[in-house]
Design a protein around this ligand. Sequence first.
Ligand code: DAH
Length: 357
Amino acid sequence: MEKINLKIIKSQAQKEIGEAKELKDLDKIFIKYLGKKGKLTHIFHSLKDLNDKKRAELGKEANRVRRFIEKEIKGKAPSSMKVSGPKGKKEWFDITVPGKKLLLGHLHPLTLVKRQIEEIFQTIGFSIVDGPEVENEWYNFDALNIPKDHPARDMWDTLWIKEPQDQKSKRNKFLASEIKNQKLLRTHTSPVQIRYMEKNNPPFRIIVTGRVFRHEATDASHEVQFYQVEGLMVDKDVSAANFKAVIQDFFSKFFAKPVKIRLRPSFFPFTEPSFELDINCLNCGGKGCSACSQTGWVEIMGAGMVHPNVLKAGGINPKKWSGFAFGMGIDRLAMMKYKINDVRLFYNGDLRFLEQF
Ligand code: DAH
C-alpha cells in the first residue's frame, strides 16, 4: 500500500515541479512533500508501525523518493527561476551575482587625532580627564585668575547662556558669590584644571580633550566650536624644562619625525611666566613658505607655569607644589597633520571630504 503511495507521490511531485514557474511554487512543493506535515514525511513517520523487514524496505524506497524530489527541486531552482518582487513585480534573480558590499563606517578625522593625542600622552604617564561643556563663570574665568571686568576676558569671545527671566531675578537676590555662577559655553578646556585640582591631590599629570565654543564669525581658520587639548602637570619642583621635554616628545611622536620647538614670552592670566610655543614649519622644513608667513615657525600652543592663584583656587598650596600647563587646538593639529586648509570641512558633513580618512 505504502509502496503504491510512494510511486504516486514521486510522480505527482515530479509533475508539479515540472510545472512550477516561480521559486515560490517550488517552496510550496517542498512543503507539500518534505515539510513537517508533508506527504513523504508522513510516510517516514508511519515506518515505526511496520515490522523490521518492511520498515527497511519501505524506508529505503522512501529515502530514494526524498532524494529524487530534492534533486528535482534543486535542478529547477537556479538562475533562470522567476522571483516575485515586492508588490508582485516580476524580476530576475541571479544567484551568481556577487552580494552588495556593505559600507563600513569610520572615525571622523578629529576623533582620530584626538585619540592619537590621548595615546601619546598616556605613554608618558598622563591620565585623560573630562569636564562639562556648559560651564559657569567661576571655572571658566575667575578661578583661572581672570576676574570680572578684567580686560583679559576679551581674549575669549564668550557665548553666555541666557537664563529665563524668573530665574534671573531670583539669582539677583543672591549674594555676589552666587552671581559668579552665570552659565556659559566653555571657551577653553582650562576650567577642567580647577575641577581636577579640587578633587585630587598632587602629584598628577593630566590631559583634557574636548569641545570648546567661541562667539566668532567663521572663516577658513575659525569656527564657533572646535576642540582643544589641555595639559596640566603638578609636582614638586616642576620647571619649564620639564614642560619642554614633555612637549618635544609629544610633537615628535605626533608628527612621526623630529620636530623643533621654541618658546616665546607671552601672557595668559593663569600662568606666570607664560609662553607661546612654536614648532618648525613642517610644510617647508623651516626655510620659510606661505604656510608659515616666511618665518619657518608656526605658532601652535599657549603654555606656562601654573599661576599661584590658580593652584590656590584649586585648593593646592603653591608654596609646596608647582606645575606647568598648556593648551592647543586639536583642529589645528589635524589640519597640519593632514594638510587641510579649511577648518569648516570638519563640521559640514561633506562625505567627499570625510571619506578620505
Ligand atoms: N586656554 C588657552 C586658550 O584657550 C590656552 C592655554 C594657554 C591653556 C596657556 C593653558 C595655558 O593651559 O597654560 O586660549
